[in-house]
Design a protein around this ligand. Structure first.
Ligand SMILES: [Zn+2]
Length: 138
């Protein structure tokens, strides 16, 4: 963990609950109490109806790959890990997250649109756990 050398996210007051949840291995996103839609990234109002009546909720961590790119070029700390997959995952609850897909067998080239995926909690430092996704097995 100590030698993690990629850029790290900086929690803000609006995103702190999201990062705290990941540390506990929970995916916490917000849900509007007026229109019932879930949304991500964290913010103080609903992007669907602009209500400020929103609450944090724990969601399943399951979803599907919506789009992806396979990056073959080493950049900074990623040098040891090419190729790697950057993807937009649609969560079961609706919101989309920009993330990485890992543990793709036999190799990253086998990532597919609509592939079912589930969250993996990657504790990269004492402070930050990243949400990544892997293919659902079994
Ligand atoms: Zn709403």
């Amino acid at each position: 963990m100590a030698d993690y050398n990629k850029p790290l996210p900086m929690p803000t007051p609006e995103t702190q609950e999201f990062w705290d949840g990941l540390k506990r291995e929970e995916l916490r996103i917000q849900q509007c109490q007026d229109c019932n839609q879930h949304y991500f990234y964290p913010r103080s109002f609903c992007p669907h109806c602009h209500s400020t009546n929103v609450e944090w909720t724990t969601v399943s961590g399951k979803g599907t790959v919506e789009t992806f790119v396979i990056n073959h070029r080493a950049m900074g700390g990623w040098a040891e890990e090419v190729p790697y997959v950057v993807a937009v995952v649609s969560l079961e609850e609706g919101p989309r997250m920009l993330t990485n897909i890992i543990n793709i067998e036999p190799d990253p080239e086998h990532v597919q649109v609509d592939m079912p995926v589930e969250i993996v909690y990657d504790a990269v430092t004492d402070e930050i756990t990243l949400a990544k996704f892997q293919p659902v097995t079994g």
